[in-house]
Design a protein around this ligand. Structure first.
Ligand SMILES: Nc1ncnc2c1ncn2[C@@H]1O[C@H](COP(=O)(O)O)[C@@H](OP(=O)(O)O)[C@H]1O
Ligand SMILES: [Mg+2]
Ligand SMILES: [Mg+2]
Ligand SMILES: [Mg+2]
Length: 355
């Protein structure tokens, strides 16, 4: 299979990083109210996750030059007064790597300097040439802090095209979340989605060696029976606009609002049929928020485009150059969805120009 070595490395990296995040989130949720308002847990987990992914990829793919486009960099950690947090992250990363016995291969225990170097492996700019790994060490930081959904999202670009994606979603139930947002606490959680180009999308439990199962997007053709996902955060996506699109389509179910690229994972196995994302004016989407999710959905049979129906172009560096928003659906629903999107945006523009 093409990309076998890269996929193994990416799955290992994302799973291990997710384990680090789970540990931090658990401690955060058990802590008192005062420390819950403190943003440092997410900072620690963000940097720690990025360092783990970078170190694992470097170790597993020694034969290749290594380029990583990632969300975080070490600038803040190098400032005076960051010594404590840097120590905390370094310990957390060492503890996480030790559980996999990777420390031996990564030259014994990491120092704080090693950690800073590992984080800064992720400062590549991407672009149309060569290979670039793309990482969001914690996607859905708001969800992470709330104790809700988040994902470790890792993808690989080759000549500007996504060829591989892995999504580790530690809090996503293994069974469908369709119409079941408040799944019971007995539900097993933790999903690992992965896809390589031309080979389909698979899901397996995050913390076990069970066989992966192939997943497919929803086959719903009638929009009245479709349900749709959107950001939990109204600041990340215009809920009014998606509600207008959904009502034009005749969608009956209320929106399913969850954080992070867990939405793409859930869509790839048919938990919902549509994803609508319309950032407020002026926001520029970053590639690490969509690379892994996009291939997970397309290899499962879905279509991911901008609001004008154009495929997402990941070859332009860190940012996506978009026509207003990102939409996802299966092949049958997409033409109807595109029309509803066009009509709703036109109505909205007309209404705002008449103000
Ligand atoms: N104003 C805004 N509009 C759209 N997206 C935003 C935004 N501010 C932040 N984001 C992005 O939305 C991502 C989360 O998406 P979602 O709403 O689907 O959970 C964030 O990822 P991080 O949490 O990795 O920073 C961030 O990159
Ligand atoms: Mg993100
Ligand atoms: Mg992030
Ligand atoms: Mg962020």
């Amino acid at each position: 299979m093409a990309y076998e070595k890269e996929l193994d490395a990416a799955k290992k990296a994302a799973s291990l990083a997710a384990r680090l995040c789970q540990k931090v989130q658990k401690a955060l949720l058990q802590s008192d109210v005062q420390s819950k308002s403190d943003k440092s847990p997410v900072t620690v987990a963000d940097y720690g996750s990025q360092a783990v992914v970078s170190l694992v990829l470097e170790r597993e793919l020694t034969s290749e030059p290594f380029s990583l486009v990632a969300e975080e960099d070490s600038a803040d950690l190098r400032k005076d007064g960051s010594e404590d947090i840097l120590q905390r992250i370094t310990k957390l990363v060492n503890d996480t790597l030790a559980t996999e016995d990777l420390t031996k291969a990564i030259d014994s225990t990491l120092t704080t300097d090693d950690l800073l170097r590992a984080i800064d492996c992720g400062t590549s700019e991407g672009g149309p040439n060569g290979r670039h790994w793309v990482l969001d060490p914690i996607d859905g930081t708001k969800g992470f802090l709330r104790g809700d959904q988040y994902a470790v999202a890792l993808g690989l670009l080759e000549e500007g095209k996504v060829v591989l994606g892995v999504l580790a979603c530690p809090n996503l139930p293994l069974t469908s979340i369709a119409g079941n947002k408040n799944s019971s606490s007995s539900d097993e959680i933790g999903c690992l989605f992965f896809a390589t180009i031309g080979s389909g999308t698979y899901m397996q439990p995050l913390d076990s060696k069970s066989e992966p199962v192939k997943v497919h997007v929803s086959s719903v053709e009638n929009p009245e029976e479709a349900s749709f996902f959107e950001s939990f955060e109204g600041a990340h996506s215009l809920h009014d606009l998606s509600s207008s699109i959904a009502s034009k389509l005749g969608v009956k179910a209320p929106p399913v609002r969850i954080d992070s690229q867990a939405k793409y994972g859930a869509l790839s196995r048919g938990d919902g049929a549509i994803y609508l994302r319309f950032p407020h004016k002026g926001y520029r989407e970053k590639i690490w928020d969509h690379v892994a999710g996009a291939i997970v959905v397309t290899e499962a049979g879905g279509i991911v485009t901008d609001a004008g129906g154009k495929p997402l172009d990941f070859s332009k560096g860190k940012y996506l150059d978009l026509d207003t928003g990102i939409i996802v659906a299966n092949e049958k629903l997409m033409p109807l969805l595109l029309k509803a999107v066009r009509d709703s945006i036109a109505e909205q523009e007309k209404a705002s120009s008449s103000l």
